[in-house]
Design a protein around this ligand. Sequence first.
Ligand code: NAP
Ligand code: GDD
Length: 363
Amino acid sequence: MGLGANVGKTALITGITGQDGSYLAELLLAKDYEVHGVIRRSSNFNTGHIDHLYHDPHERGLPLTLHYGDLADASCLTKLVMRIKPDEVYNLGAQSHVAVSFEMPEFTADAVAMGTLRLLEALHWVDWPVRFYQASSSEMFGKVHESPQNEMTPFRPRSPYAVSKVFAHHMTVQYREAHGLFACSGVLFNHESPRRGATFVTRKITRGVAQILAGETSKLYLGNLSAERDWGFAPEYVEAMWRMLQQPEPDDYVVATGEAHSVQEFVELAFSLVGLNWKDYVEIDKRYFRPTDVETLLGDSSKARAKLGWAPKTSFRDLVRIMLANDVREAQIDPNTYRELAGIEPDIPGSRVIARIAREVAA
Ligand code: NAP
Ligand code: GDD
């Protein structure tokens, strides 16, 4: 099948309310998929990232449908799969915060490890050719013994989150090998955007800078500044997920930029883009250190580049500029006030980036 021929395809996404889920939903809708998303019941609305995609359910024939569900509930996952009959399933749902996983290891393992197994179990009985994507993580490499990391690098997980992702990763391979399920695992390195959760370090920094500019606070409290990450731009990473499921054979892929920067470099750049010296504002707070941290991650995505034709486009500097411009705007300050942020378009939901990627892929 050609890369453009998606009309009539149906996708089911767990984690659709998160950063990646919302960008992936946009990408698939732009490609004419019928998209179904699993959302958790919450006492407050938690659909801010996808509200622009959603319409009144009383209107018929709309391409996005949301369903209540949870990765903790096997019968509900099975029911959804049988009712929706998806061609592609993207398992992005997770308790995805590494530091929180030390506080809530059992809950994390239930959603991340057992949740994946429940979904795989629901899928391998179906009688149509379903394809499955598992959101694996560079966090699985943990205490790395080689750099950069590729598909052959051993896992040395350093948190309950990472241990759970290793379980889910191996289980995905297991269902592929034992049951012939078309199951792919994307080992994605850190990817960020204006939709990144506010407690992940990149967004915490860009929001912190914006709040300082707005006079709402005078300090930004952080933990381990020496940790290094391979940071990319999230909308580009969801395209890699989709490409994995369009291949003739299922496989696992590392997705990364191939460039690592320390948390301190991110901090320095974010402050300097608005003419501030980070040393005047950043304080170290021990509470943000983890019992065990991953010191350095650097990905080798040669396989994804060769086989999927995927490559990152957004530089580290532009990633910081995009996130910072968004948070400055959210703090009611015009980003054009700052030369380095001038002209950056807002992260309009229904994103132009996604529309561009969809057009490029279809061309
Ligand atoms: P995110 O913004 O934290 O989104 C996580 C999503 O999972 C949310 O929609 C959340 O729903 C949902 N969720 C949490 N617990 C669930 C449960 N028990 N049942 C069903 N859904 C549940 O994460 P992200 O950054 O988009 O990442 C997407 C996936 O990729 C995650 O699996 C993450 O672990 C993995 N990953 C992320 C990165 C990265 O750098 N972003 C890198 C590698 C792998 P609520 O909105 O209701 O909380
Ligand atoms: N969150 C946070 N808050 N991290 C801090 C802080 C802080 O105040 N100060 C320093 N850090 C350091 C952490 O110790 C870690 O070494 C690094 O910044 C990155 O932390 P996060 O942004 O929380 O991301 P992560 O690398 O732990 O996990 C993310 O990437 C994984 C892929 O490697 C998450 O998205 C995971 O879900 C994902 O799998």
